[in-house]
Design a protein around this ligand. Structure first.
Ligand SMILES: Cc1ncc(COP(=O)(O)O)c(C=O)c1O
Length: 394
């Protein structure tokens, strides 16, 4: 059976028409349609650049320029997509970080109190938080815990036995795993969903994808696989967590619904201005250079830490801007007490903050460390060795 959005979306959302403003029809001349203050903002020290942003005006609800730059960027990364299936502006919906996109999908596609979502632990914590907020039950199908890959057969059999599961959130590269999920496995899952006409969306959260090899994103496949939704963000590889810009890629029908759900002015003039400048070719090339530096530093930090007596395996992958390493006790076993003590001591006595992840499935004794600048990493590595030895040998 072909993809049928009416079997996936909530019925109240299906008929929702996006909010329209007068400016969708007329946007030139004396604009007195939106109850804005045309005298302009009054804060002191306004820069010339800020003046140019028309901050007294509501932002563009559609963000066409930004969306077309994002499409051009992603389309340029993969040559295996037919011309007619390439990303277009209509495939995109923008959010206040991908956290908003995670929530919007739940609001659009899962009936509170009746339907469910699936996560594959260990994974990012916001899916569950949004699930609780939206009164949506959570089904857990763990990753394969040695490789941190998804197990398509397990996901498919859970979906076949419970038709109320409407969304599957998969993180690739994973958090806290730092591991790309094999594209072959994602395609196997999508094929299973399509062949069995399962009414579910497979949401692949690619927050960290630009730290993996170029071309790793499957955002360009949304026009080939109607049940696929891909999330991205400017918070990580593009170093713009402060502007809050997330991107959802989906087939046109899903994207139309997501754009109808979103608050019309969710992307501010300030965010849009920075995001447009940051996604021009010259900026993207600069981001690539910085990504290269992070990847290089990641290797150096990892080599150094793995050489320490009380550090065990690199538990995660090498596809992200962080690593997940095991902290060992005196008997050289991964140990949550030692890892947690190391985390607390580094934060309180050495002013270095990393993340304890030992309670996540398959992550016993693990700390997650973001890769910083060369100077930050040098301090981290030195203090890490001192504090860890002190804790274990005390
Ligand atoms: C896997 C994953 N998805 C989404 C996000 C949220 O990103 P944003 O800053 O775009 O809300 C994060 C942030 O840490 C993340 O790790």
């Amino acid at each position: 059976m072909p993809f049928d959005i009416s079997k996936i979306a909530r019925s109240n959302i299906l008929s929702l028409e996006p909010y329209r403003c007068a400016r969708d029809d007329f946007n030139e001349g004396i604009l007195l349609d939106a109850n804005e203050n045309t005298h302009g903002p009054s804060f002191v020290d306004m820069s010339e650049a800020e003046r140019q942003l028309d901050l007294n005006r509501y932002p563009d609800p559609h963000q066409g320029v930004l969306k077309s730059q994002l499409c051009a960027f992603r389309n340029s990364e993969r040559s295996d997509v037919e011309e007619s299936k390439k990303l277009q502006v209509e495939n995109l919906c923008l959010g206040v970080g991908s956290d908003e996109s995670i929530d919007a999908l739940m609001r659009g596609f899962v009936e509170p109190g009746k339907e469910k979502m699936m996560i594959c632990p260990p994974t990012y914590g916001m899916y569950s938080i949004c699930g609780v907020v939206n009164n949506v039950d959570i089904v857990k199908v763990p990753l394969e815990l040695e490789t941190f890959n998804i197990v398509p057969q397990n996901i498919l059999s859970a979906l076949k036995t419970d038709s109320t599961i409407k969304l599957v959130y998969i993180t690739s590269p994973g958090n806290p795993t730092a591991k790309m999920v094999d594209e072959k496995l994602l395609l196997e899952l999508l094929q299973g969903v399509e062949e069995n006409s399962l009414n579910v969306l497979v949401v692949v959260d690619e927050a960290y994808v630009d730290f993996a090899p170029v071309g790793s994103s499957i955002s360009t496949l949304v026009n080939e696989h109607p049940n696929l939704v891909v999330l991205q963000t400017l918070s990580k590889a593009f170093a713009l967590a402060g502007i809050r810009l997330g991107i959802t890629y989906a087939n046109r029908e899903i994207s139309r619904l997501l754009n109808a759900i979103k608050y019309p002015y969710n992307i501010s003039n300030l965010t849009s201005d920075v995001a447009i400048r940051a996604t021009r070719p010259a900026s993207l090339a600069d981001a690539r250079v910085k990504i290269g530096k992070i990847v290089e530093q990641r290797g150096l930090v990892l080599d150094k830490l793995l050489s320490l007596k009380y550090v065990g395996r690199n538990r995660g992958g090498l596809d992200s801007n962080f690593i997940l390493i095991e902290i060992l006790n005196k008997d050289l076993q991964p140990d949550n007490d030692v890892a947690n003590k190391l985390y607390l001591t580094l934060a309180t006595q050495r002013k270095i903050v990393v993340r304890f992840r030992g309670k996540e499935l398959g992550c016993t004794g693990c700390l997650r460390l973001s890769i910083g600048t060369a100077a930050e990493n040098a301090v981290l590595v030195e203090q890490f060795e001192q504090v860890l030895t002190q804790i274990v040998e005390a």
